[in-house]
Design a protein around this ligand. Structure first.
Ligand code: KG4
Ligand code: ZN
Length: 356
C-alpha cells in the first residue's frame, strides 16, 4: 500500500489530501477563500497567496487527521507545481519541499491540468488504463483544452480556447447578470430555473468547420449586449442603456439558461469533432474523460453523458467534490508518476504556465 500526501495551492483553494494507491481517497480537505475574493468578484493573487500561507499547515494537519495517519505513515509528498498563480504555487511547493526534506520522503511535482483528468478515476474501481486512448477535456477557470490522452501522463492537445476559458466566461457572465460570487455555480443554478427558448439564441462559436479550438468571448459579449442593451460609444466611453438590475428575475434566469445552452452546445460540438478526429486518425477513443471546475456544471454533465451514449463511448466525469480544485487529484496522479520514476528534488520549480 502506498500513501501519498497531496498539496494544492494553485489558485484560491488551499487543499491537502491523503490518497491510497492512486485512487482510494482517505481524506480530501479543501479550504476555500471565496469569502476573501467575493467583494472583488474575482481572485486577487496577493490576497490568495497570503491566505494559503495561513491555511496550509492546518489543512495538512486536518487531512492527516481525517485519513487517520501520521506523517511517518506517508510514503511521498506530491504538490501541484504548475500551472497557476505564481505566488500561490510557491506556498504549496515550499510546504511540500519542507515536508519531503524533513521526512526524507520522495517529492513529486504534478501538473494541475493533467491532475484534473485523473479526478474522474478517484474512488473508482475501474483501472484507468482501460480507458486509453481517450478524448480528454479540461474545462476550468484557466483552461479549456481538448486532448488525445494516450496514458494518464501523456497528453496531446487537439485544441484549446483562443480567448477566454469557459470558466472565465461563466464568471464574467455571472458578473454581467449580477448573480454573485463564485459565478459559475451560481449562474448554473439560475440557468436551471430559466427557459432558454424564451430568448433569441446566443451565438455558438464553432470557428472553422474543422477547428478543434474553442472560443467564448463572442458569447460573453453577446450576453453583455442582451443584458445591458447596445452601448452608445466605444471602449472606456461606452454607455449602456440598462443593467441586470433593470431586468426581472425570470428574464435573468432565461438569459442565464440561454448562455448555458450556448456554452455547453459549443463544447459538445467540439467533443463530437474530437471523437471524429480520433476515428479519422485510426485511434478511436475508448472513453471521454472530463475534468476541471466546469465539469460540475449540470448541463455539461448531462450533455456529455448523452454524447457518450450516442457514440457508444463511456464517459468518465469526476464526482462533484473532485471537479473543482482539490489535492486528491494531485496525490492520485502522483502515484502514477512515482511508479514511472518521475520524482523531483528540492529544485522543483513553481511554474505559472500550462506546459500541456
Ligand atoms: O478547476 P477549478 O476549480 O479552478 C481552475 O483550475 O481554474 O475551476 C474553477 C472554475 C470557475 O471558473 C468556476 O466558476 C467554474 O469552475 N465552475 C462552474 C461550476 N462550478 C465551478 N462553472 C459552471 N458551472 C458550475 N456548476
Ligand atoms: Zn483547477
Amino acid at each position: 500500500m502506498t500513501l501519498i500526501l497531496g498539496i494544492e495551492t494553485s489558485c484560491d483553494e488551499t487543499a491537502a489530501a491523503v490518497v491510497e494507491d492512486g485512487t482510494l481517497v482517505r481524506s480530501s480537505v479543501v479550504a476555500s477563500q471565496h469569502e476573501l475574493h467575493e467583494r472583488y468578484a474575482g481572485v486577487v493573487p496577493e490576497i490568495a497567496s497570503r491566505a494559503h500561507l495561513e491555511a496550509m499547515n492546518p489543512v495538512i494537519a486536518e487531512s492527516l487527521r481525517v485519513a487517520g495517519v501520521s506523517l511517518e505513515n506517508i510514503d511521498a509528498i506530491a504538490v501541484g507545481n504548475s500551472p497557476g498563480l505564481i505566488g500561490c504555487l510557491l506556498v504549496g511547493v515550499s510546504a511540500a519541499k519542507a515536508l519531503s526534506w524533513s521526512l526524507r520522503k520522495p517529492l513529486v511535482g504534478v501538473n494541475h491540468v493533467q491532475a484534473h483528468l485523473w479526478a474522474a478515476f478517484l474512488n473508482e474501481s475501474v483501472e484507468a488504463s482501460m480507458s486509453f486512448p481517450a478524448l480528454g477535456l479540461v474545462v476550468s477557470g484557466g483552461h479549456t483544452t481538448m486532448y488525445r490522452v494516450d496514458s494518464q501522463t501523456s497528453l496531446h492537445a487537439l485544441g484549446r480556447t483562443i480567448d477566454d476559458a469557459i470558466g472565465e466566461a461563466y464568471d464574467k457572465a455571472a458578473v454581467i447578470l449580477n448573480v454573485g460570487y463564485p459565478g459559475g455555480p451560481k449562474l448554473d443554478r439560475l440557468a436551471q430555473q430559466g427557459d432558454a427558448s424564451k430568448i433569441d439564441p446566443l451565438p455558438r462559436s464553432l470557428l472553422t468547420p474543422e477547428s478543434l479550438d474553442f472560443s467564448f468571448s463572442g458569447l460573453k459579449t453577446a450576453l453583455l449586449y442582451r443584458v445591458r442593451g447596445t452601448p452608445v460609444g466605444r471602449g472606456d466611453k461606452a454607455v449602456f442603456t440598462r443593467s441586470a438590475d433593470d431586468l426581472d428575475y425570470v428574464t435573468r434566469a432565461n438569459l442565464a439558461a440561454a448562455f448555458q445552452e450556448a456554452a455547453v452546445d459549443s463544447v459538445i460540438a467540439k467533443l463530437r469533432r474530437g471523437l471524429d478526429a480520433m476515428v479519422a486518425s485510426g485511434v478511436p477513443a475508448k472513453a471521454i474523460i472530463v475534468g476541471g471546475g466546469v465539469s460540475a456544471n449540470s448541463q455539461l454533465r448531462a450533455s456529455v453523458a448523452a454524447l457518450g451514449e450516442k457514440h457508444g463511448v463511456p464517459v468518465k466525469i469526476p464526482a462533484m467534490k473532485f471537479c473543482v480544485d482539490n489535492a486528491a487529484m494531485i496525490a492520485g496522479l502522483a502515484h502514477r508518476l512515482l511508479a514511472d520514476g518521475k520524482h523531483a528534488d528540492l529544485h522543483l520549480p513553481a511554474i505559472a504556465t500550462t506546459g500541456v
